[in-house]
Design a protein around this ligand. Structure first.
Ligand SMILES: Cc1ncc(COP(=O)(O)O)c(C=O)c1O
Length: 466
């Protein structure tokens, strides 16, 4: 489908878009991102009254939230409209309104449903292999002068944390009577997890993946195909995760009966809350594993990498209100935050809307997304989950940008010291140890999530191996 040439939104919001140039009138603090609108627009000129309605509803909410941005953290601090402070919400087109309403209804019905939980936990235990180990890394600890524990999501079936969420959402899809599943993927881990869940449940699966990622994550593409999924290479933009998400949204607009399994804590409400909930098993386990191993259930530090934010949200979930725990996140610095070749969304981002949520994103003054870059296919997203934008802005988390070379060094170091080859995404979290070394005391407990294993990144590692 070609990009639309013209888009007119009437009402007090007026957006006129021609040949990818967007002119805005009547928009106050809110930037409407071309990358949110374009995926939802079929060819031709359209009067998007639906966007006007959605936008104005959310603007009222924005105003309320301006006075409420220090709200206490509940399940990440979310309110009933899906806002974490000023970030979040649901900026969706009319055509998907019903789908989102039904999704919300179904998700909040199962959240505390004992039958659903039993079915989900049974799969996590006997299919995924949970609990994932909490491993005391003694040689890494000696290197950094503190006590480092690794939460081994790399040991899950399919090799990453993504399967926790894919199984939760597919059980929900089944309860809703859905037969066709769609998903976006960057590194291919979420695509493989979704294709696996679909094979397990006997459901049709279509995975959208940027062509650049199809090439750099060849092994995962072959796995998805072997699992019976259709992989749709996406050739718009720089052909990475954002473009795959755009295409999945487009497809969903024309096929609203499909169930879209979003792979991270991004997108419109309730996705960030739902994905965070399905990943919260990570910190649920950390609590009792720490209690068992060290006699107390909290660490001094939690660390994780943030692409959209799902492994980080799972790692932090049960500690967000515990101020004894310092939280440090790694985002992808690419070649360097000041080089223009970066995905450091929190360091550089400004408020805008992407894929249905108000969050921080890297964009120019016209609201055009600046193409992100990272060596890691799972971290080069131009936005960030709205909860993480809120945690960073409110000071709950410290966020550091890790450059490609720092992540590679950390991956080689873990491999040599502990015999664990991490995913390149997880290596960004490992690089935090060097950055924070000066703050560690010998008895501090640092829990760091290894979100995935490095098999899929072997080509990259081989290229940089010295
Ligand atoms: C192994 C691994 N870790 C981390 C990520 C980043 O995603 P998120 O921030 O949602 O955890 C990805 C994304 O594909 C991944 O494959």
């Amino acid at each position: 489908m070609a990009l639309t040439n013209q888009l007119i939104v009437r009402g007090n919001t007026c957006v006129y878009c021609q040949n990818k140039k967007i002119l805005q009138k009547g928009l106050s603090e809110l930037t409407i991102s071309l990358f949110f609108i374009l995926p939802l627009v079929p060819e031709g000129e359209l009067n998007y009254n639906c966007l006007f309605k959605t936008t104005s509803m959310n603007k009222e909410k924005d105003m309320q939230n301006e006075t409420n941005s220090n709200s206490p953290l509940g399940a990440g601090g979310i309110d009933e409209n899906g806002y974490y402070g000023e970030f979040g919400g649901a900026y969706i087109p009319e055509i998907l309104h019903g789908s989102f309403e039904r999704l919300k209804e179904a998700f909040y019905a199962i959240k505390d449903d004992a039958g659903f939980k039993a079915e989900y936990y049974e799969l996590l235990k006997n299919y995924v292999g949970r609990p994932s180990p909490l491993y005391f890394a003694s040689r890494l600890s000696a290197e950094y002068g503190t006590k480092v524990y690794l939460k081994r999501e790399d040991l899950n079936h399919t090799g990453a944390h993504k399967i926790n969420n894919a199984l939760g959402q597919i059980l929900l899809a089944k309860r809703m009577g859905k037969t066709r599943i769609i998903a976006e993927t960057g590194a291919g881990q979420h695509g493989v997890a979704t294709a696996t869940a679909c094979a397990l449940m006997g459901l049709e699966c279509i995975v959208f993946m940027g062509k650049t990622d199809v090439e750099r994550q060849f092994l995962n593409v072959q796995k998805m195909r072997m699992l019976g999924a259709t992989v749709e290479p996406v050739t718009s933009g720089n052909m990475t995760l954002k473009d795959a998400t755009n295409e999945a949204f487009r497809y969903w607009c024309s096929n609203p009966d499909s169930f879209y399994i979003v792979g991270s804590t991004v997108g419109a409400h309730p996705y960030p809350d739902m994905v965070g909930f399905f990943q919260s098993v990570i910190s649920e386990e950390i609590k009792w594993q720490l209690q068992e191993q060290i006699g107390r259930d909290y660490p001094d530090y939690l660390m994780a990498c943030v692409g959209g934010g799902s492994n980080a949200m799972g790692t932090y979930y049960h500690y967000l209100n515990d101020d004894r725990v310092k939280i440090v996140s790694a985002e992808a610095g690419g070649l360097g935050v000041d080089t223009g070749e970066t995905a450091a969304t929190i360091s550089l981002g400004t408020t805008g809307i992407i894929h249905g949520a108000k969050t921080l994103l890297i964009q120019d003054e016209d609201g055009q997304i600046i193409e992100p870059y990272s060596i890691s296919a799972g971290l080069d997203y131009p936005g960030i989950g709205p909860a993480h934008a809120f945690f960073a802005k409110s000071g709950r988390t410290k966020v550091l940008a890790i450059n490609d070379d720092e992540a590679l060094d950390a991956a080689f170091e873990l491999t040599r010291l502990e015999g664990i080859i991490p995913a390149i995404e997880s290596a960004h979290a490992l690089a935090l140890l060097k950055k924070e070394k000066a703050t560690f005391k010998p008895d501090d407990i640092v829990v760091l999530t290894v979100s995935g294993r490095g098999d899929k990144d072997m080509d990259t590692y081989v290229k940089h191996f010295k």
